[in-house]
Design a protein around this ligand. Structure first.
Ligand code: PGA
Length: 249
């Protein structure tokens, strides 16, 4: 059975004090659920988060990383650095990285390869813009993003991959894809993986939905067959809201 996952992407929010407070609240509200729970604080707070969550089942993930081993890349963070503080999961390809930091499929492919070399788990994000969907190009855009970054992988690499469909027009806008739109795309993605690999891999890979997931809509979205959880932005910054989403399973 494939894993259910709810991951909170904190983006550029929460200083050290706020990180401490939010994690303490999450620990208090933590209970056994069907879903694997992850949070992705800012780089500077990952060590603190790792320490605070040492005895918790909540997993700490990074929001990004560089593809190189080490070297002259001012301002960047390597996989080895993340691993050295107990962070073994990384979000790659978020639309904000693509949009504001010009991360393209080719760069993401290099990051994916490095993360896999380092035995890290990857949440790989992709999704169309409204201008793509409005002209019915959303399937082709998503297909290309997945193909370009992932279809060179070996079968066994897929154990380390979680997919996250995040329509850009739904991120931080309050405008969620309908559960039907999410299901339609998730089924398309699963079929794509099946065609290129096989049904064992396509049935095992978790596909998360991201884009304005809230306690009010999580149950309906997560209720769809091919939706295996969510990547949560805004609503992950409040412990009650985030745990309500986790408990939607
Ligand atoms: P949102 O962000 O929940 O605030 O829409 C989702 C994301 O960017 O992962």
């Amino acid at each position: 059975m494939r894993k259910k996952i709810v991951a909170g992407n904190w983006k550029m929010n929460n200083d050290l004090v706020a990180t401490n407070t939010l994690i303490s609240e999450l620990i208090k509200k933590e209970k056994t659920t069907n879903a694997e729970v992850m949070i992705a604080p800012a780089f500077v707070n990952l060590l603190e988060a790792s320490k605070l969550l040492k005895y918790s089942s909540i997993i700490v993930a990074a929001q990004n990383m560089h593809f190189a081993e080490n070297g002259a890349y001012t301002g960047e963070i390597s996989a080895a650095m993340l691993k050295s503080i107990g962070v073994n999961t990384v979000i790659l390809g978020h639309s904000e990285r693509r949009e504001y930091f010009s991360e393209d499929d080719n760069l993401l492919k290099q990051k994916i390869d490095k993360a896999l070399d380092e035995h890290m788990k990857i949440i790989f994000c992709f999704g169309e813009k409204w201008e793509d969907r409005s002209v019915d190009n959303h399937f082709i855009v998503v297909e290309n993003q997945i193909k370009n970054a992932l279809f060179h992988l070996e079968n066994e690499n897929w154990e380390s991959i979680v997919l996250a469909y995040e329509p850009v027009w739904a991120i931080g806008t309050g405008q969620t894809a309908s559960p039907e739109q999410a299901q339609e795309m998730h089924a398309f993605i699963r079929n794509l993986v099946k065609k290129h690999y096989n049904s064992t891999i396509s049935e095992e890979v978790s596909i998360l939905y991201g884009g304005s997931v809230k306690p009010e809509n999580a149950k309906e979205i997560f209720g769809k067959n091919d939706v295996d959880g969510g990547l949560i932005g805004g609503a992950a910054l409040n412990a009650d809201n985030f745990m309500a989403i986790v408990n939607a399973f």
